[in-house]
Structures are given as structure tokens and as C-alpha cells.
Design a protein around this ligand. Sequence first.
Ligand code: UDP
Length: 312
Amino acid sequence: MRHLVSGAAGFIGSHLCDRLLADGGEVVGLDNLITGSERNIEHLESKAKFSFRKFDVTKPIAEPGKFDHVWHLASLASPKFYLAYPIETLESGSTGTRNMLEIARRDGARFLVTSTSECYGDPLEHPQVETYWGNVNPVGLRSCYDESKRYSEAVTMAYHRTHGVRTNIARIFNTYGPRMALDDGRVVPAFLDQALRSQPLTVFGDGSQTRSFCYVSDMVEGLVRLANSEERLPVNLGNPVELTILEFAERIQRLMGIKAPIVHQPLPSDDPKRRQPNIAKAKKVLGWEPKVNLEDGLRETVAYFKSRLTPA
Ligand code: UDP
């Protein structure tokens, strides 16, 4: 199998490259490195079956085929970065998705796009099931991310229905693990970075908003299973164990044995109040559910963050 992976130097993208290579595939990775890092793939440099190009997939892609599988993961997934780069975010979800779909159409390849739980916006249904259409503010600060991902789902379905491309749509819920950037801004790296530096943990708002955290190896397994399935409509992938952000901060304190205080900062606008995936569809269609519990996943992530903070 020959794979084209956008966002290959990103957090989930680099783990997906590892997995596809471990399964015997050949991988061509693309990334414009706006949020990805070559450090995430430096261990792949010597592998004959891996090649990397610094490339922005919002530009027409001339990558010679033939590919069997096209994976579009390129995206600015952290609120900190998509708020800083709203136009690039809109472009990677819209033009980027279309350009990657064109390669799949050209080569008769399978296509998988990573969409997001943000398609549900600040959800009025809980937990979120794939048939819920969401509650998205189309002109709010997060709309650059939410609406471009909703467009990416729409254009993917259109290529499937119009051109018969064999497509899959993964709606990814909060995912964490090694290779997240320390300055990523999302809550897992933010709290771990703060705890390791003995800084206060910054809880936004009163911390009553909830999230559910999925470890990256579970996510990659879900993506691979989805890509090999016959399911064309979106499938939620995430860990259904729901926590308030305040509880999450307290877990980090306990896990790391620290007394770092919690400080409250203003809640960002349109920050979803509750988020938890309903994964009944993934269980039924893919036989998939997360295996790594939060403590084990966080231990691996802390070890990674420590190694990044301590110069070798
Ligand atoms: N959050 C927080 N402190 C931080 C970073 C994030 O309290 O330093 C909160 C944020 O307001 C949100 C949740 O943690 O309610 C998850 O935020 P994240 O940026 O990880 O991703 P989101 O789920 O909002 O896309």
C-alpha cells in the first residue's frame, strides 16, 4: 500500500505514519510545518519507505502517484493556533481537503479526512451522536475551524456521491499523547508544561466545562480501522470518559505529586460547555473502543514532556 499523508509532521499525523510503516506500507508525508515539527518524524528519516516534503496542501498537489490511500490530517487543531491563523485554518479544511480529494480521485485511492467534534459546536445534545447536526456559531472566533471542518465533511461526501471516491470521515474528539507541542495551548500540554515548570495550572472559567481525552495510540487504531471499513458517513472517535476541566487539573496535580495552585482565567468565547463522544457506532461498525486509561496515557505523555524539557 502506498500512502499520502498530509499533516505528517503533526501530532496525530506522525503517529499515523509510524503505524502505516509498521504495517509494511510506503508513506509520502506532506506538511507545511506551520504547526507540525520535523522533530516528530526525524526518527523516520532513515526509513527507505518514508519520504517527506515540506509542502502546503492548499496549493495544487503534483505528487506523482499512484497512491492507494490518501489521508488528510493537515489542520491547525489547537484553538490557540487556529485563532492566530484563521485564514490558513479555513484553507486547510476547504481547499486542502479538495486538493487531497483530487489526488484520491486521480489515483482511484481510498480517502480519509480527520474531522472534529467541533462540528457539534457548543452541543445541545449530550453525549454527541453522529446524527446530531450541532450548534455552531458560524461567525464566532472558532468558526474558522468549525466551519472549514464542516465543509471538509461536505466536500468529502460530494466527491463520494459525485465521483465515487471511497471516502471515510473521522470525527476526532480531544486526543493527547507524546509529540504534542509544548506550546500547543491545548489543555493537556498546557497543564503538563505548567506542572513541570511549577507554574500555576490555568483553568479557564470555573472549570465546570467537560472534555473526554483519548490517547493517541487508540486514535490511530480507530483511524486505521475506519479507513478499512465500508462506512461513508462520519464516525466519532474519542474516549467517552468525561471529566470537568477542574477535575482534570486535580488529576494532573495528583499524578505529578505537585501542589501547584490552580488559577482561573477568562473562558474563551464559544468554548463548548460539555463534550463527550457517543462511540456506539465505532464499536458496532469498527469493533473499536479506547483501551488506554487516562493515568497510563498521561504517564507516557509526561515522560515525553520531561524529555523535551530536559536537554539530552
Ligand atoms: N483550557 C483550560 N486551560 C488551558 C487550556 C484549555 O482550562 O490552559 C480549557 C478550555 O477552555 C476548554 C478545555 O480546556 O474548555 C479544552 O481546551 P482545548 O484547548 O484543549 O481544546 P478544545 O476542546 O476546546 O478544542
